[in-house]
Design a protein around this ligand. Structure first.
Ligand code: CUA
Length: 169
């Protein structure tokens, strides 16, 4: 699914870039010999430069695609949100092995956020009615991690806190 989204996004970006290039090319046709070096020329070059820079930054930043599902042996965890608790099965996972979380809800939309033992957020996705969202992560140190709801979902939203134990192997 995410590779399809990536391909569609890249395709759309390429078509927008092609449209810009077409406009620039058509604006430069005519009698180039008579054209003085104007602000217009400078602006066109700036635009092309920015497009190239934007393309390079996009390609560079998409390489470590953050939510790509891991290949090979993984640990599967079911994470189901309900007003107002999480059901995490299993609640203990090994360190150094990819963990795929299948995140669902029995009622309203919840936010599924995983925090490391120091309270720093590692990743998040949403628990949406009618969907199972998958996100994978490889924990690199053991400890007690926290799963918090990240979307206001009613009166006891703040009670949706659960532990996730990452064990040394
Ligand atoms: Cu569930 Cu907020």
């Amino acid at each position: 699914m995410q590779s399809i989204v990536l391909a569609v996004s890249l395709g759309l970006m390429a078509s927008i870039a092609a449209a810009f290039a077409g406009v620039i090319a058509s604006s430069q046709s005519g009698s180039p010999a008579q054209k003085p070096k104007s602000a217009e020329t400078y602006r066109s070059r700036l635009l092309v430069g920015l497009l190239v820079l934007g393309g390079l930054v996009t390609l560079g930043s998409l390489r470590p695609w953050p939510h790509a599902l891991a290949a090979g042996p993984v640990v599967h965890v079911k994470a189901t949100g309900s007003q107002w608790s999480w059901d995490i099965t299993p609640q203990k996972v090994p360190v150094g092995q990819p963990v795929v979380f299948s995140v669902a809800t029995t009622d309203v939309t919840h936010g599924f956020g995983v925090y490391d033992p120091s309270g720093r957020i590692l990743f998040q996705t949403q628990a949406m009615p009618g969907y199972v969202n998958q996100v994978s992560h490889t924990f690199d140190k053991p400890g007690t991690y926290k799963i918090l709801c990240m979307e206001y979902c009613g009166l006891a939203h703040h009670n949706m806190v659960e532990d996730l134990i990452v064990e040394a192997r």
